[in-house]
Write a protein that binds this ligand. Structure first.
Ligand SMILES: [Cu+2]
Length: 144
């Protein structure tokens, strides 16, 4: 019995010491100045041995931050995004994203957004996300 207890304490210590969540390739979509909304995309990797969940987010450019998914062209809010142990989840246009609602100022290419992601087990992870033009989904002007 003592052996089991000792073993689990050791595991807790180990998982606290190791950062498990890695966020890569974060970016925010450039939007026209008239738009009050944008979205952030990224790849979230979980190098730990336990699944974790993205449960909340905040940022420095919009009043509201929500976790969204796109299903059949429509966005809806999700409570959490699960990141499987040893796996990764890609937030990308047309899929999961972090929604930035009520932008305080227009977002231009070259700006940087500070995102704070809150994970159920790993806690807060801060990310610098550059603003980029989105691929596809542009509003094209037709005619001349
Ligand atoms: Cu959305």
């Amino acid at each position: 019995m003592r052996k089991v207890l000792f073993g689990s304490l050791f595991l807790v210590g180990l998982s606290l010491a190791q950062p498990k969540i890695e966020v890569k390739d974060a970016w925010v979509r450039e939007v026209p100045p008239t738009s009050k909304m944008s979205a952030a995309y990224m790849v979230i990797e979980n190098k730990g041995k336990e699944a974790d969940k993205l449960v909340d987010a905040s940022n420095n450019v919009s009043e509201i931050t929500e976790l969204h998914e796109t299903v059949e062209g429509k966005m809806r809010r999700v409570k959490a995004i699960e990141i499987p142990a040893g796996g990764k989840v890609e937030l990308k246009p047309g899929g999961l994203h972090v929604m930035l609602i009520n932008l305080k100022k227009p977002l231009k290419e070259g700006d940087t957004v500070e995102l704070t992601l809150k994970f159920e087990k790993s806690g807060e992870v801060k990310v610098q996300a550059p603003v980029r033009k989105g691929m596809g989904g542009h509003m094209h002007k037709h005619g001349h």
